[in-house]
Design a protein around this ligand. Structure first.
Ligand SMILES: [Zn+2]
Length: 254
């Protein structure tokens, strides 16, 4: 087993407990290593591509991946199937705003691409959602030196590995993320804008949270940050905890 996946779910929080403890920062780990996208050694922005699904997308048949957790995805437009007041165009606009929030917080640039099989982050609707929103990460085990023959569509694992091999030694504490998946439930209602009703999640907030996982961030605690695992509306933008975490992985914007 060379590849494995980490499933991270946004908790379906009905109530927001007051004053959850927040650690300074929280990063996803595997085997004691942080997970991140490969950064250029010259100090310029880490460029991460993403694709918005226009049709079905299947992840490889990996036993470690729950079928409920982005294992099978649909077109992005399906996310708002039960949200008549949110157009697909508006949902896409909120997705872009979520990427922009992370770009503002750290030396990151997100670029949209057409081909989902080659995109770093794939975004769409969940096929059989057990919750409202998820992120999954594919990473390469540091123990492995052998490329995997099992591909993902046109995704070329050889190329992905060669990119990682060009890395700096000083990044040995990190494992490179190979591909990440963000899926939202088309069976949930979504909204745009915070209105205090935490029974319906705001799209921008949810995208920002899940993209945070897709770039290597973990939950710092229960509440008080966008990356906290409870959905809450008193947090309306990235907090110092969120910013500190992303800057630890990708550096601050110069
Ligand atoms: Zn989460």
């Amino acid at each position: 087993m060379i590849r494995w996946l980490t499933g991270i779910a946004l908790a379906v929080g009905a109530l927001v407990p007051a004053g959850g403890a927040i650690r300074a920062e929280a990063l996803l780990r595997a085997n004691g290593h942080f997970l991140k996208w490969k950064s250029p050694s010259n100090g310029s922005d880490t460029v991460i591509s993403y694709a918005v699904l226009s049709g079905p997308f299947e992840l490889p048949n990996d036993k470690t991946l729950s079928p409920d957790n982005c294992g099978s995805m649909h077109a992005f437009s399906d996310i708002v199937a039960k949200s008549p007041e949110v157009s697909v165009q508006l949902a896409k606009q909120e997705l872009k705003a979520a990427f922009a929030a992370w770009e503002k917080a750290a030396a990151l640039t997100f670029v949209e691409v057409e081909d989902a099989s080659r995109a770093n982050i794939v975004i769409g609707a969940a096929h059989s959602p057990a919750g409202r929103a998820f992120a999954n990460l594919r990473v390469k085990s540091v123990e492995s030196q052998t490329p995997v023959s099992r591909g993902l569509g046109k995704f070329d694992p050889e190329k992905a590995l060669s990119l990682e091999k060009s890395g700096d030694d000083n990044e040995s504490d990190f494992i490179a993320i190979e591909q990440a998946y963000v899926c939202l439930s088309p069976q949930s209602r979504w909204k745009v804008g915070l209105d205090g009703n935490i029974g319906i999640y705001d799209l921008r907030y949810t995208f920002t949270h899940e993209i945070g996982h897709a770039i290597g961030l973990d939950h710092p605690g229960r509440s008080g940050a966008v990356m906290a695992y409870r959905y809450e509306e008193r947090v309306q933008q990235l907090t110092p905890s969120d910013v500190s975490a992303v800057q630890k992985l990708y550096g601050s914007r110069q």
